[in-house]
Design a protein around this ligand. Sequence first.
Ligand code: ATP
Length: 225
Amino acid sequence: MSDTVDTAAPAGPLAAIFGGTFDPIHYGHIKPAVALARLVGLERITLLPNNVPPHRPQPEASAQQRLTMVQLAIADMAGNLFDIDDRELRRDNPSWTVETFETLRRERGVDAPLGFIIGQDSLLTLPQWHRGLELLDTCHLLVCARPGYGGKMATPALQAWLESRLTQDVRQLHRRPAGLIYLAPTPELSISASLIRERRHAGLRCNDMLSPSVQRYIDEQGLYR
Ligand code: ATP
């Protein structure tokens, strides 16, 4: 394995899925994802808003409002790096992430390199996800840095699992369809959807945390009051 990040010509097109509740979508999602795309040569990032199961705390915004905010956020971006997959929101029954990726793998074919973008906080909780570690059978994990999580330790079992799959050689992400973990040196932004909701509840502005049309939509819809 190489010790350096190699951004030389990729061996195959690499696409990525970025799932989230997006309640609301913010710059802490978008800016690291754009930086990641440059680092690994991503062709396309598909934003996939999650359907939240009834037994979990529900988002404040409706599924339609969350989807609209994702649409507005990508309309504010230059280029066509991002698109949207709203399959989870169109479903009555929430599905597990691993099942969504098994479907995506069937749709895209066994050889297509596919990444799943997550933040470092999500990486540490992966063993608690339903069949979380099996996700690597269907995709690579592309992990964005998140403030406060860089030094956080995984359990010894998770650490051993991670180390056997880590790569710093981005060409491998293009050469294999799935199975690798790449820790991306993306910019760290202290932004979270919960911080935005808390600030809104307190009557504070969040202008530098969200794209302008998402901010306007939140105001118009009276969200997170
Ligand atoms: P909440 O504060 O409500 O928990 P969130 O801001 O973490 O929400 P989600 O929609 O739950 O946003 O996150 C989707 C994905 O984006 C997760 O993998 C999460 O780790 C990642 N993510 C969110 N914010 C950041 C950030 N500032 N930097 C890096 N990754 C992030």
